[in-house]
Write a protein that binds this ligand. Structure first.
Ligand code: IVH
Length: 705
């Protein structure tokens, strides 16, 4: 009983945090205009990850811990990265450095005493960029984007003096040189002085200035901006027929190679062999921070040996072989003027603090999220209070709490609204049936009448991983909603026809025109067919992210089958069990799916929508690996790698690793002294291979590395 209560609570919090983090990712990566400090963002991420650690089932569902950054902005051409550009995990204290080192050793099956060399180097506060050189010539450059697809900034990058057009020395057939584009503090100040003189908006900090300068549609503008570049990583690397002078087999060796190619690499990079060395170098860099002339926000540690890096591999969004140790935050105080409420897609009311603008280390901050009403009560935050605002290495601040002695006589407690500010419906804290306690979030009950929720739902419906309708962005949806032209998903698909018959044409609306109206209709038309998994995801069913949408699509195969079952999925019914039995789908998700399909308004909205669109079979999972999509089981003692390492390798190749053998198992990898699982596999006729055969299979499947 207790466990499922905790899970439900954690799941609600996880979901809320996920929405908040995604919004911050968009503000930071797409708009170059973050609204919270790095420290606050990191705190949200840490809490999010802690929940997933405690309840691994949460990590399944389209979890943000599997995503990097944000999708590229529409205005740029897109470039697919040959090797994904990953993010880094963060740590914040000296003690965690030891944990990191221990984790690396454990994964590799090494003893605590074994020595592993790590590099320690400044974490540059700019934006990462991948530069592709073919036969030594720069052919393209891309921002990180969502890690898989970035924005094409080739023309802009060609204007950066630090980035060679042609590599010096012997160049490989192909290499993606990766590093950070940044702006020095002096150049940033000069740029802002120029902006001020020309009555143009100022940049908040060097990072934003660098990002804003690189992500320009006009390369002539970039050329006027003094950008710099440090190389620190690489993506694809193929020497081809070229014989390298020295084949770099370490991180330091790669840095030397980059230098030989003609790049700047950071001179504070050092090899350390113990956690103590790493921590000492961290504090050394920290003490030099203010004299560097460019912003850094921490130190990055990387396993030096590339072969070990390869064995360690990646988790969902970050490598196991590297981590960022962040500097602690800078603080300031400001006055809380007001608290406003934002209403999200699921109706959650989120309080946002409006502050007197305050500069913390060069960044002006005027907003911060206050999470929920309990948080406001717990910190006893009142309007008029002087609040402590915290900022990490670069961007904006978070509210740590209040300065009680500065509380003015008139400070007033905030009355959290019990009605939705967008639609006036009652806003309730649902009682969790399992705990009998109210949830942390207060939700608007006007699901079908609330414009804020409706607009958020429509945005989700049109978003990139759902219907992906170009030209129907956040602004346009809010606009069409307000005009009464789009209230439900089906309305999107009847828009063109209604426009044809209407006297007030969209092309005459401000901001539109003949061409953009025509493009919009064409973009909508192009999305009348959609893969089943995307369709399910687009519906915005609670707890059904992309991963669960794929699970449902794979299991039911057709939308009708899913709908028919879900409609009858009352608690304890055969239908409910059918959903619940899907691997990875638990009670909470099954209940949410059932709730969605029995709701009469949803039924009507679906009927209307199904008249407009055609659902295609699920998208094929992209993969070239021999074990992709297969269920594998490891048993017995492995000699050449730890169980964790083997498991990670299998997952990297797209396999599902299970702990027990059943009819559904495709492959069993049996190490020494394998016991009952091996016997069972033989009984069931499941394929069994040994560790060497597995390595051959996995190595072959992994292909070029
Ligand atoms: S290594 C696979 N080294 O930090 C690991 N990243 O928080 C690739 N960054 O996306 C990253 N300085 O934009 C690395 N010396 C450094 C860095 C660095 C800054 C950025 C980079 C990365 C982000 C992760």
């Amino acid at each position: 009983m207790k466990k499922s209560d905790d899970l439900a609570r954690a799941s609600a919090e996880h979901k809320r945090l996920g929405e908040e983090i995604a919004a911050h990712d968009r503000a930071y990566y797409q708009e170059d205009a973050p609204v919270v400090s790095d420290a606050e963002y990191d705190a949200l991420r840490r809490r999010y990850e802690a929940l997933e650690k405690q309840f691994p089932e949460l990590a399944d569902e389209g979890s943000l811990s599997r995503k990097v950054g944000a999708a590229p902005a529409e205005k740029f051409a897109k470039v697919a990265h040959a090797v994904p550009m990953l993010s880094l995990g963060n740590i914040f204290s000296d003690g965690e450095v030891e944990d990191f080192v221990a984790r690396v050793k454990r994964f590799l099956g090494l003893s605590g005493e074994a020595e592993i060399a790590f590099t320690a180097e400044p974490k540059i506060d700019g934006l990462s960029c991948s530069l592709r050189y073919e036969k030594g010539l720069l052919v393209s450059a891309a921002t990180r984007g969502d890690g898989l697809i970035g924005e094409d900034v080739t023309a802009n990058v060609r204007t950066i003096a630090d980035i060679p057009e042609k590599l010096s020395g012997k160049a490989p057939e192909v290499v993606d040189v990766r590093g950070e584009v940044y702006m020095s503090q002096a150049d940033f100040s000069a740029l802002n002085a120029k902006q001020a003189a020309a009555d143009k908006p100022l940049f908040a900090n060097p990072r934003n200035a660098a990002a804003g300068s690189l992500r320009q549609l006009d390369p002539n503008v970039t050329a006027q901006r003094p950008l710099k570049f440090f190389a620190y990583a690489w993506g694809e690397l193929m020497w081809g027929a070229v014989q390298p002078e020295t084949r770099a087999d370490s991180q330091m060796g790669m840095m030397a190679l980059f230098r030989a190619f003609g790049f700047s690499v950071n001179s504070l990079t050092k090899v350390c062999v113990t956690a103590e060395d790493m921590i000492a170098h961290f504090h050394d860099i920290e003490s030099r921070r203010s004299a560097l002339g460019y912003d850094i926000d921490g130190v990055v540690y990387k396993v030096n040996d590339l072969a070990l890096q390869h064995r360690l591999g990646f988790r969902a969004r970050a490598p196991r072989w590297a981590i960022a140790h962040k500097f602690s935050a800078e603080r300031a105080t400001s006055i809380l003027r007001d608290i406003e409420i934002q209403v999200g897609r699921t109706g959650v009311l989120t309080p946002v603090a409006r502050l007197d603008p305050v500069t913390v280390g060069g960044v002006v901050v005027s907003n911060a999220t206050l999470h929920n009403e309990d948080e406001i009560a717990r910190k006893d935050i009142r309007i008029g209070d002087t609040v402590i605002v915290q900022r990490a290495g670069d961007v904006i601040p978070q509210i740590l709490g209040v300065v009680p002695e500065k509380r003015p006589g008139g400070a007033r407690r905030y009355q959290f609204p019990h009605t939705c500010p967008a639609c006036g419906s009652a806003a309730l804290r649902e009682i969790d049936p399992r705990t009998g306690e109210p949830e942390a979030a207060r939700r608007c009950t006007g699901a079908l009448v609330c414009p804020a929720q409706a607009v958020e739902k429509l945005r989700h419906f049109c978003s990139r991983n759902a219907f992906d309708i170009e030209g129907l962005g956040d602004k346009q949806i809010a606009f069409f909603y307000e005009k009464g032209l789009i209230h439900t998903p089906a309305d999107i698909f009847t828009l063109a026809e209604r426009d044809r018959q209407s006297l007030t044409k969209i092309e005459n609306f401000e901001g539109f025109g003949k061409v953009s109206a025509r493009n919009l209709f064409a973009a909508i038309e192009a999305r009348r067919e959609i893969a089943l998994n995307r369709f399910i995801f687009a519906l915005g069913i609670r707890h059904v992210g992309e991963t669960n949408a794929i699970r449902l699509a794979r299991s039911f195969e057709t939308f009708d089958a899913l709908r028919e079952t879900a409609r009858h999925a009352t608690p304890d019914s055969e239908a409910r069990r059918r959903i619940n039995d899907i691997d990875g789908i638990g009670d909470v998700v099954a209940e949410a799916v059932a709730d969605f399909f029995v709701e009469p308004h949803n039924e009507r909205a679906l009927d209307a929508l199904l008249k407009e669109v055609r659902i295609l079979p699920m998208e094929a999972v992209k993969s070239g690996s021999a074990v992709a999509g297969k269920t594998v089981v490891f048993t017995g003692a492995l000699q050449k790698m730890t169980r964790d390492e083997a498991k990670a390798m299998a997952e990297r190749l797209g396999a599902k690793v299970s702990s027990s053998v059943s009819k559904k198992t495709d492959l069993v990898i049996a190490g020494a002294e394998a016991g009952s699982k091996l016997t069972k596999a033989r009984e069931l006729g499941v394929d069994v291979i040994d560790e060497d055969a597995w390595l051959a299979l996995a190595g072959g499947a992994a292909g070029q590395t």
